[in-house]
Every structure is written in structure tokens, then in C-alpha cells.
Design a protein around this ligand. Structure first.
Ligand SMILES: Cc1cc2nc3c(=O)[nH]c(=O)nc-3n(C[C@H](O)[C@H](O)[C@H](O)COP(=O)(O)OP(=O)(O)OC[C@H]3O[C@@H](n4cnc5c(N)ncnc54)[C@H](O)[C@@H]3O)c2cc1C
Ligand SMILES: *[C@@H]1O[C@H](CO)[C@@H](O)[C@H](O)[C@H]1NC(C)=O
Ligand SMILES: *[C@@H]1O[C@H](CO)[C@@H](O)[C@H](O)[C@H]1NC(C)=O
Ligand SMILES: *[C@@H]1O[C@H](CO)[C@@H](O)[C@H](O)[C@H]1NC(C)=O
Length: 371
């Protein structure tokens, strides 16, 4: 934020997901004394992309820049205030065709990071590392990255919000926190219009609005949002214990992924990384149609996911954990990805609107399994 003249000048951060809160905390740590975060809902925001019970944490991305960033992030998860939210379950990536060029590439990245990994050529070899996966009946190879796992995303975001407020950041939610539009003049941005009450003025605005970004500013050609299906199954404590030592696992062929059951609640979470589903809405100012989730409702209340997405989640479960594949869902949701065509983050000053900064995108991750 080199454009901020004075560290006492107001900085408005729109979005209390991991991007917005992370940015606000960093600004406060660097001495910015008038930082306010706005969100529709109080963090952890239930339909934000940053929340729910888990997110994979790993450093094996094929793009070297993101791999280095992820390695740093992994170190931060493993020490410091967030370590109780991190679970080092190990991360397994599978493929039916060994050797697999993409896996080889990721293995090269891990070698470069000095992170030991273990390849397996058959399901039997995987099962010898993880005996609890004894019911898998398909055959595949892959590798285990033992220095990876998952994080309690909602728990970590709650702590992030607390740390922000302890550092003097204000968090405004509800109608005063719901940004209806940006106040842009020829000279640059001068503040935001909110759903209730007078506008909030400030000539430094950071948009960290995730999948909703398209609704506030025309980035139609740079970023698009897609709904990714997620399902949750309630296990009994005994059932959860039988698979408590399983790794976080992704099927690279289908994009299906599964986490170990959450300690304490025994909830099993599965998801599918795919092209996703779009929700289109009209932008009033430009009359364009864009893909973005609803702003004036909580997108997580409805348990709707398309039938084909439901079937994909069940199919993935039948392959990895057939014993739980026919269980009823306790909850389902579409979680929102925002991505550029290359999968990159968009973290930069707006090219023509002075004072406006954007921090969004990258949900599907460059160098992940499809990019
Ligand atoms: C299904 C799924 C699985 C994923 N899995 C992983 C994973 O395993 N590992 C990993 O590292 N990453 C994963 N990701 C990606 C990661 O979760 C996202 O990249 C990250 O959470 C994005 O954070 P954000 O702050 O940009 O977005 P969000 O958390 O969505 O934050 C945006 C916030 O802006 C608010 N907002 C929007 N518009 C307005 C407005 N007009 N006024 C006020 N507030 C507004 C919203 O309410 C929201 O809280 C996954 C994402 C999804 C969807
Ligand atoms: C932050 O900036 C706003 C707008 O200029 C101002 O009204 C408010 O008093 C400032 N707050 C602090 C703590 O400086
Ligand atoms: C897997 O197969 C490759 C080549 O086919 C071999 O070099 C490697 O040692 C095997 N790995 C294991 C763990 O058996
Ligand atoms: C991944 O999906 C493919 C295609 O459905 C299947 O052949 C393979 O066995 C699956 N692997 C795992 C680990 O489930």
C-alpha cells in the first residue's frame, strides 16, 4: 500500500475472508492505525470460501512461485498462533497411470524443498502405509507427502479476526458492513456505499471479496466464480476412530478429495475439484451477466447441490471409503472458487482507479491438479 500517504489514513478492506483479514492484520502489524474490515456476515463467514471445517495445507504445487509461498505458509501453520488448527495427516495424491508425468513434477518440487515423500505403485503399498484404508478395491499408484495435512479453516479464521481486533482493526458486519457499490471518481476511489446508513469514506480500499468481486467491479474477463460441491457425513466416534489415521487424499483423475474425520465432531468431509457450476447474475451498472454467488443471502443455508455433483461425491467415496458411501449427508454445500483462466491470484493495484487494490482469485490454485 505504498500509495497510503499516512499510516493514520483510513484503509477500508472489503471482505472478512482469509485474504481480507490476513491483509488487515498485516497492515495493523505494520503500523496502519485506521483499518476497517467490512463483511455481509460476521467471520467466520458461513458461505465464504475461507470457511467450514477443513482446507488442505501442502506445499507440492507444480508452479515454483506458489510452491515456495505454500512452503512458507506450511511453516507458519506448524508454529505460532495457528498451530492448534493444523493437523499433519499427510497428503496422498493418486493416479492410475504410474509413472505419471504430473506426479513426477510434483515430486521434483518436493525434492527441491527437501521434503521427503514416499511413492507407492499399487493400492497394496498405500494400504501398508495406511492399514485403515483396507477397504479400497480399485488399483492405483501415487505418492504420500508426509509433511502436509489440513487445517480447521473456520477456527483459524475466527482466531485471525480476534487477532485483528486485538491489534486495533475494526470489523463491521451486517447492513453497515455490506458494500453495495464503490464510490469512484475521476481522481480515484473515495469510499464505499453500504446497505444501511451514510457511505464510508476512505481513499484506500482493498477489495478482498473472493467470488463476489465481479459484482463490485468489472473484472468479467479476468475472473470467474464457480460453485464446487462439498458433502459432510456424521460418523459415530467408533467409526471415526477406525479411519482417524487416514491421510488427506485426492484422486487426481476425478478431482475427488477426502479429509480424515474431524477430531471431536467426527464429521467426514468430501469434495470434488472440478470445473464447477456457475450462478449468473446481472450487474446493474454495466448490464452484463457475470458468474458470482448471491450477495444478499447466505449461500450456505440451502443444502442444494446439482444431482451430478452429488453423484460424483458418492462415486468418489465408493472408491476410497465404501463403508461410508451410502450414508445420508448431514449437510451439503457449493463452495465458491474465484479464478483467473490461469488460476493465478490477482493481488495488485487496480490499473486505472487510484487507491483501489484487489486481493482475490486463486481458489483452485495454480500448479494444483488441473492448472
Ligand atoms: C470447495 C473448496 C475447497 C477448497 N479447498 C482448498 C484447500 O483444500 N486448500 C486451500 O489452500 N484452499 C482451498 N480452497 C481455496 C480457498 O478456500 C480460497 O482461495 C480462499 O478461502 C479465498 O479467500 P477469500 O478471502 O478470497 O474469499 P472469501 O473467504 O470468500 O472472502 C470474501 C468475503 O467477502 C465478503 N463479501 C463479498 N462481497 C461483499 C460485499 N459486497 N460487501 C461486504 N462483504 C462482501 C464475503 O461475505 C466473504 O466473507 C478451496 C475453496 C473451495 C471453494
Ligand atoms: C479513521 O478515519 C475516519 C475517516 O477519516 C475518521 O472519522 C476516524 O476518526 C478515524 N479513526 C481513527 C481511530 O483514527
Ligand atoms: C515403483 O516402480 C518403479 C518403476 O516401475 C520402481 O523404480 C520403484 O522402485 C517402485 N516403487 C516401489 C515403492 O515399489
Ligand atoms: C480415481 O478415480 C478413477 C476413475 O474413476 C478410479 O479408477 C480410481 O480407482 C480412483 N482412485 C481412487 C484413489 O479412488
Amino acid at each position: 500500500m505504498n500509495s497510503v500517504q499516512n499510516k493514520a489514513d483510513p484503509v477500508l478492506v472489503v471482505g472478512a475472508g482469509v485474504f481480507g483479514l490476513g491483509c488487515a492484520l498485516e497492515l495493523a502489524n505494520r503500523g496502519y492505525s485506521n483499518v476497517t474490515v467490512f463483511d455481509r456476515l460476521a467471520p467466520p463467514v458461513p458461505d465464504g470460501s475461507s470457511c467450514d471445517i477443513s482446507r488442505i495445507v501442502r506445499s507440492d504445487y507444480s508452479d515454483p512461485f506458489y510452491a515456495a509461498l505454500a512452503k512458507e505458509a506450511l511453516q507458519a501453520w506448524r508454529s505460532g498462533p495457528f498451530q492448534s488448527f493444523y493437523h499433519n495427516s499427510g497428503f496422498v495424491l493418486t493416479s492410475e497411470s504410474m509413472p505419471d508425468a504430473f506426479l513426477e513434477k510434483l515430486n521434483g518440487v518436493l525434492q527441491g524443498q527437501n521434503i521427503p515423500f514416499e511413492k507407492f505403485n499399487s493400492t497394496a503399498e498405500l494400504q501398508s502405509m495406511f492399514p485403515c484404508l483396507d477397504t479400497i478395491n480399485a488399483n492405483f499408484g501415487g505418492y504420500l507427502n508426509p509433511n502436509a495435512g489440513w487445517a480447521d479453516a473456520a477456527g483459524a479464521v475466527s482466531l485471525l479476526a480476534t487477532l485483528c481486533t486485538e491489534k486495533g482493526v475494526s470489523i463491521v458486519t451486517g447492513p453497515r458492513g455490506t458494500v453495495k457499490s464503490l464510490r469512484i471518481t475521476k481522481a480515484g476511489i473515495e469510499g464505499v456505499n453500504v446497505a444501511n446508513g451514510p457511505p464510508v469514506m476512505g481513499s484506500n480500499v482493498i477489495l478482498a471479496t473472493g467470488a463476489w468481486t465481479n459484482g463490485l467491479i468489472d473484472l468479467t474477463y479476468a475472473m470467474s466464480s464457480s460453485g464446487q460441491p462439498v458433502g459432510f457425513i456424521q460418523l459415530t466416534p467408533e467409526e471415526a476412530r477406525t479411519i482417524s489415521q487416514m491421510p488427506t487424499l485426492i484422486n487426481m483423475t476425478t478431482g475427488f478429495f477426502v479429509f480424515p474425520p474431524t477430531p471431536g465432531t467426527n464429521i467426514l468431509k468430501v469434495a470434488c475439484h472440478s470445473n464447477g457450476f456457475e450462478t449468473t447474475m446481472r450487474v446493474q451498472s454495466t448490464d452484463q451477466t457475470i458468474s458470482a454467488p448471491k450477495r444478499d443471502a447466505n449461500n450456505a443455508v440451502s443444502s442444494f447441490i446439482p444431482d451430478s455433483a452429488d453423484a460424483a461425491l458418492r462415486h468418489g467415496l465408493r472408491q476410497v471409503l465404501p463403508e461410508f458411501a451410502e450414508r445420508p449427508w448431514m449437510r451439503r454445500r457449493l463452495c465458491w472458487y474465484t479464478d483467473t483462466p490461469e488460476g493465478n491470484f490477482v493481488i495488485d493495484r487496480h490499473p486505472s482507479i487510484k487507491g483501489l487494490f484487489i486481493a482475490a482469485g486463486g481458489a483452485g490454485h495454480p500448479g494444483s491438479i488441473y492448472c
